[in-house]
Design a protein around this ligand. Structure first.
Ligand code: MN
Length: 304
C-alpha cells in the first residue's frame, strides 16, 4: 500500500453511476489495477481494497512472487480467472488455489502469508480483495478457509458465482463479520437484471470485456460506484463478446479506517505497533514456511 500522487476526480454518468479510475501499480511482478481504496472512495460496504491483477500470459513463469508479509484487521479474498497461486501462511496452511475456488484468510490481531503463482498453469488473472474487520472482531484470532466449490445461480441472462454473501437464493459458505456481497458475473450481450439489497452500497469492477451499467460503459481499470438505495441492477456486455464483472456490496461500514501498507487499523499507534512487531519478528504473526524472502515493512510517513 502506498498513497497515489494524482487521483482524477470521479466522472458521474447517467443513473448516478460514478466511475472512478483504478490506480496502476505492480504486485510481485504482475501489473495491478487498484480500484480501492481511492481518495474519492475508501470503502464499499466493508470492502476496503480491490486489486485486479493480470491477465499475464503463460510465459510469465515467475509472475507474482510475494514473500512473507503481515496483515492485521482484515480478511483477504483471493479469486482467480486464470492460473494457479500457492498460499502459505503462519497458521500452517499450504493451499493451491485455482479458478472457481475461493481463499479467505482472516488476519484478526495478526497473521502472515506468502503467495506465489505456479508456472505452467495458464498465465495469471484474478483479484485480491480485502474486507475490513469490524471493531467487534478485529482483535480476534487469525484463520484460513479454502472453499473449493461455490454456489452458482442463473439470474436471467447472467450467470453468477457467489463468493461472499447471498444472491437470488444462493449463499456462499464463506463467512464475513458484516453483511457483505461479492459475486462474479458472466455477462452476455442481452441485458440481465439482478436484485439488490437497497440498504447496501454496491459497486462493479469489470474484469474482462466491457459492461453497460445504466447507460454508462465500464471497462477494466475502473470501479463503477452505485451507492445505496438501488433494488436492482441491469448489466449487459457491450459488443458481441461476453464480459466478466465483479459485483461488490454490503452494509456501509460506518467505521473510520486507517489503512497503511498491509494493515487495516484505526489509529497510528496501532499501525506503529503492528509495523514494529513485524520488524522485530514478534510471535503475533507466527512463521511462514516459504523460500521467498520476507518483505520488510517500510517506514510510516508520519515517523520521520
Ligand atoms: Mn497479503
Amino acid at each position: 500500500m502506498a498513497g497515489g500522487a494524482e487521483e482524477p476526480h470521479p466522472v458521474s454518468g447517467p443513473g448516478d453511476v460514478e466511475v472512478t479510475p483504478s490506480r496502476a501499480t505492480d504486485v510481485g511482478g504482475v501489473p495491478v489495477r487498484r480500484a480501492l481504496p481511492r481518495r474519492a472512495l475508501r470503502t464499499v460496504g466493508a470492502w476496503c481494497f480491490v486489486d485486479h491483477f493480470g491477465p499475464v500470459g503463460p510465459d510469465a513463469a515467475d509472475a507474482m512472487q510475494v514473500g512473507p508479509h503481515p496483515h492485521i484487521g482484515l480478511q483477504t479474498v483471493t479469486w482467480l480467472l486464470q492460473g494457479e497461486v500457492l498460499h502459505t501462511d503462519s497458521l500452517g496452511s499450504e493451499q493451491p488455489i485455482r479458478p472457481g475456488q475461493l481463499n479467505l484468510m482472516t488476519a484478526g490481531r495478526g497473521v502472515a502469508h506468502a503467495e506465489s503463482a505456479r508456472a505452467g498453469t495458464g498465465g495469471l488473472h484474478g483479484v485480491q480483495l480485502w474486507v475490513a474487520q469490524p471493531d467487534a472482531s478485529r482483535d480476534g484470532s487469525p484463520g484460513f478457509t479454502h472453499h473449493p466449490e461455490l454456489p452458482q445461480v442463473e439470474v436471467g441472462t447472467l450467470r453468477a458465482t457467489v463468493l461472499v454473501g447471498g444472491l437470488a437464493g444462493a449463499t456462499s459458505p464463506a463467512a464475513a463479520a458484516t453483511p457483505l456481497l461479492g459475486v462474479d458475473l458472466e455477462v452476455g450481450p442481452a441485458r440481465g437484471d439482478l436484485p439488490l439489497e437497497p440498504e447496501h452500497e454496491h459497486a462493479v469492477v469489470v474484469l474482462s470485456g466491457a459492461v453497460a451499467i445504466a447507460g454508462t460503459v465500464v471497462e477494466p481499470g475502473a470501479l463503477a460506484h452505485l451507492g445505496t438505495g438501488r433494488d436492482e441492477l441491469g448489466l449487459a456486455a457491450v459488443g458481441t463478446e461476453p464480459a466478466r464483472a465483479l459485483l461488490l456490496g454490503g452494509r456501509p461500514l460506518g467505521e473510520r479506517l486507517l489503512m497503511w501498507w498491509n494493515f487495516v487499523a484505526r489509529t497510528r499507534g496501532e499501525v506503529d505497533e503492528a509495523r514494529d512487531d513485524w520488524e522485530a519478528g514478534h510471535e503475533r504473526y507466527g512463521r511462514v514456511a516459504s523460500t521467498l524472502p520476507r518483505i520488510p515493512a517500510p517506514s510510516t510517513p508520519w515517523s520521520s
